[in-house]
Design a protein around this ligand. Sequence first.
Ligand code: OFO
Length: 170
Amino acid sequence: MINKKVEDILNAQINKEFYSAYLYLAMSAHFDEIGLKGFSHWTKVQAKEEVDHGMILFNYVIERDGNVDLRQIESPTRTFENPTQIFEMILEHEKKVTSGINSIAELSESECDVATRHFINWYITEQVEEEANVLDVLKKLKMFGTDSQILYHIDKELNKREYKPHCNKD
Ligand code: OFO
């Protein structure tokens, strides 16, 4: 059984992960509209991973005999400028998500919830990887994003991203 404070922060994180999926889908739709199929694909794959992140938390709350509280998901913006600005937005967003994960680590530690403290380690590692992946694309965009030929190659590269399910439970 998890205590109410830990349950509450985990439910808040479920909402953040599903909001992330919405945000990436909005970006995917935008990239598709402007003809950047690889960017559209990359953000769509990311949206699927975000659903997995939400589902792993969802399953964990149930496993710990807690109550899942599915809160309203905010509408993501549909105002985007260019790929560089969008990847800057992604990096800022992921930093906020990381801070949510860090808060779970801190709270579970102060509440002596060893299982949640252990469980959240996977997310800590995942956030390091996510921020690094985004930064990698952002650096290229900052350097070459205004060169349409190079942008075309970055788009082709991003189209190779494969979706690897994180959550195998139904
Ligand atoms: Fe779930 O990591 Fe991104 O938001």
